[in-house]
Design a protein around this ligand. Sequence first.
Ligand code: NAI
Length: 332
Amino acid sequence: MHTVTLIAGDGIGPEVAESTIRVIEAAGVKIDWDRVDAGSDVMTKYGTAVPDFVIDSILRNQIALKGPISTPVGSGFASANVTLRKRLNLYANVRPAVTLPGVESRYDNVDLVVIRENSEDLYSGLEHYVIPGVVESLKIITETACLRIGRFAFQYAKQNGRKKVTSVHKANIMKLADGLFLECIRRAHRDYPEIEYDEMIVDNCCQQLVMKPEKFDVMVMENLYGDIISDLTSGLVGGLGLTASANIGANGIAMFEAVHGSAPDIAGRNLANPIALILSGAMMLIHLNEGEAANRVQNAVKKVLAAGVVRTGDLGGTSSTTQMTDAIISEL
Ligand code: NAI
């Protein structure tokens, strides 16, 4: 029996979280879910979107599964997602994008992983008005965080039988900040000579990804580039409804979540595709040394997608969240 913190989130979060719990149970893994809430609902009650009991639960259990949490745009409370990543020091965000059978997309040969630095960059939250009409927003890049993410990327490549790591940057313009990033990744590479390494400017990288995604293997980048590029790579393999992610910390803590947000346009209507969170759950099972169950979950998802009978709206079908979940469970 494992104990895992569950933050169901808001919007479509509770719907896809319930699907994931059912699928993991059907895969035969016993989990005691330690349910806690974060986001706007607890904000009104506790005055913070991430109360201490949420952090305490994750510190205690060392592992969490999280649904999406909405963040107000332009004003209001700071992102609960960013707060969680910062407070738990979840410095590496791992987002695989792999072609899935039966899913209509422009390519049939994508197999890459975006590794996004999760702790600094323009997400430092340091913004202020210099004078009315002029805002300064600070991009913080440190040697410690860049070396750490560089080592993580090469180690990930080595452990997962990957061949190449590509650094994505804009060091031609941000010569100091992105220059430091590149220098650190090159230093990290010295300990992994068996892994091929190259570098690409972020704008060119977007173009190459759209033209020739099969050229990419593991990609490592700062926080903002990673945020944007990983949505692009989701789009290469069929969209946000299918893309999983892991947030990994220095202290053994890990939090698994879908790449997508709370999708307010379809929330509460049993329309969301639960696969992104279910595949995040499979990544979590691997972390829990339940690799065999993870494999079975991934294969069940692939079979349902390949059959093409049950499809949620984002995949061009009319099936509900529940129907998709039931189909995956019956494959299991
Ligand atoms: P979003 O990912 O929620 O939605 C973008 C589009 O994709 C929408 O049309 C939505 O219906 C669709 N979509 C997303 N997930 C889907 C799924 N599982 N099945 C079917 N369709 C799906 O992005 P958006 O609209 O930019 O953000 C909405 C809210 O979510 C915002 O408050 C944002 O801050 C928050 N958010 C939270 C994240 C997290 O908790 N990690 C990540 C991204 C956004």
